[in-house]
Design a protein around this ligand. Structure first.
Ligand code: HEM
Length: 412
């Protein structure tokens, strides 16, 4: 199903000057969060298009649970979307409604069996131990570049997707590398050739792998997905989109969440000691790190009718930016929201994995792997702390919907 974008009439709407994709906000979200929550919802213009920004926790939940009133289907031709069109215009599960969403999610379900999750944990533990052994000898290291990123790539790319040959991995790396180029696009701009070339190479790969799958010779996730498709075949472009959803849904988010988990233990030796004494606390530490620094900043929906949210009516057809990272700082739900507190009674109630029908399908994988990382690091390094250098903590906000650490220098 496809809808075409038509801007709503903004007469009578109070339009505010705020850009959720703007670098000012992306680089310093804390400066804006409390006002956004207090005034939510607000109306803004994104590329000239009247849009709603939803920031309070209860309103985030109301919108994300109301999947009939707020569609995930991106209308064709909406200005600004070219900057986040990571899937070459294809209707992936994130951007579809039931029943298409249900079908797409079902097709990848066999990738998330307990047996596969267990296999990921075992492999992650082996790699974590090996990497920590090497890093211990360095004394000081970048925990994102040298630890959580290679771990996440190995877990998601090699073990989960099953893409092990370096030349095949390169196809996906090249594509992911091209994504920040989209952020420079203006409405109507053609897609960058690097992006289109990388996509085309991915589609060729998916085609080859689907052919192998038919002969029972495909050992990666493409084989698993092809097998669970009802009619036995998935269009090669759609397969590429699924692989990219699973890859970019996971790699930088898991790497970012692991680095954030390590940031807070490095900053707080007493908490690290508590986790050393009781490793089960690593789970709450990771939840709280995800609340503080959710790797995904916002998700989008489109109003299918005139719908009241808070004290305002969101007009039918309006794009809606659901600011999950802002809602995680709502003091009505998380008192003293900028205090890192693993003892919060509702520590798991953050919205970093979204909410409702589209809740992150990889949340169980993340909730296994990332606490494993934190437990292993605090156990191995009793003197863990931030390195004494000005660039010890650096954030990556190079795409508008995501924000996570890009460097985290630790001393052990
Ligand atoms: C820290 C780690 C992660 C974070 C913060 C995260 C965040 C999110 C969020 C916020 C959504 C909801 C999107 C929406 O409502 O529109 C989502 C959905 C999704 N995530 Fe994750 N994710 C993470 C890990 C993973 C992993 C490891 C995978 C794959 C192995 C994955 C794959 C997906 C997919 C396929 C969806 C779409 C689900 C649907 O539409 O039904 N994510 N994720």
């Amino acid at each position: 199903m496809e809808t075409t974008f038509a801007p709503v009439d903004d007469a009578g709407l109070e339009i505010r000057d705020f850009d959720p994709f703007g670098l000012e906000f992306r680089n310093n979200p804390v400066a804006y969060q409390q006002e956004l929550i207090k005034d939510s919802p607000i109306f803004v213009k994104m590329e000239g298009v009247p849009s709603a920004i939803i920031s309070s926790y209860t309103q985030n939940i109301a919108v994300l649970r109301n999947f009939k009133g707020f569609s995930s289907l991106k209308p064709k031709g909406l200005p600004g979307m070219e900057r986040i069109d990571f899937f070459n215009g294809l209707p992936v599960m994130n951007y579809s409604d039931a029943p298409d969403h249900t079908r797409r999610r079902k097709v990848v379900n066999p990738a998330f069996t307990p047996k596969r999750t267990e296999m990921l944990n075992e492999n992650a533990q082996i790699l974590v131990d090996r990497l920590l052994e090497l890093l211990a000898r360095k004394g000081e290291f970048d925990a994102f570049e040298e630890f959580s990123k290679p771990l996440s790539i190995d877990t998601l790319m090699c073990r989960f997707l099953g893409i092990t040959a370096p030349e095949h991995q390169q196809i996906f790396f090249d594509f992911v590398k091209s994504l920040p180029l989209l952020d420079k696009l203006r409405p109507g701009d053609p897609k960058p050739p690097e992006y289109l070339d990388a996509w085309a190479r991915g589609v060729v790969f998916c085609k080859e792998q689907q052919a192998l799958a038919k002969e029972g010779k495909c050992s990666n996730l493409i084989g698993v997905i092809a097998e669970s498709a009802e009619d036995g075949a998935i269009d090669d472009n759609e397969m590429m989109a699924m692989m990219i959803v699973l890859l970019i849904g996971g790699v930088s988010t898991v790497a970012g969440a692991a680095a954030a988990g390590l940031l807070y233990v490095a900053k707080n030796p007493e908490m690290a000691e508590r986790i050393r004494q009781d490793p089960s606390l690593a789970a709450a530490e990771v939840e709280e790190a995800m609340r503080m620094d959710p790797p995904v900043s916002l998700v989008m929906r489109f109003a299918t009718d005139d719908i009241q949210v808070g004290e305002k009516i969101i007009p039918k057809g309006m794009p809606v930016y659901v600011m999950i990272s802002v809602a995680c700082k709502d003091p009505a739900v998380f008192p003293d929201p900028y205090r890192f507190d693993i003892d919060r009674p509702n520590v798991k109630d953050h919205l970093a994995f979204g909410q409702g029908m589209h809740t992150c399908i990889g949340n169980a994988i993340t909730r296994n792997i990332v606490p494993l990382v934190v437990r292993s690091v605090v156990k191995r390094f009793p003197n863990l702390r931030l390195a004494d250098r000005p660039d010890a903590v650096e954030w990556d906000a190079s795409t508008p919907r995501a924000r996570h650490l890009k460097h985290l220098w630790l001393r052990v």
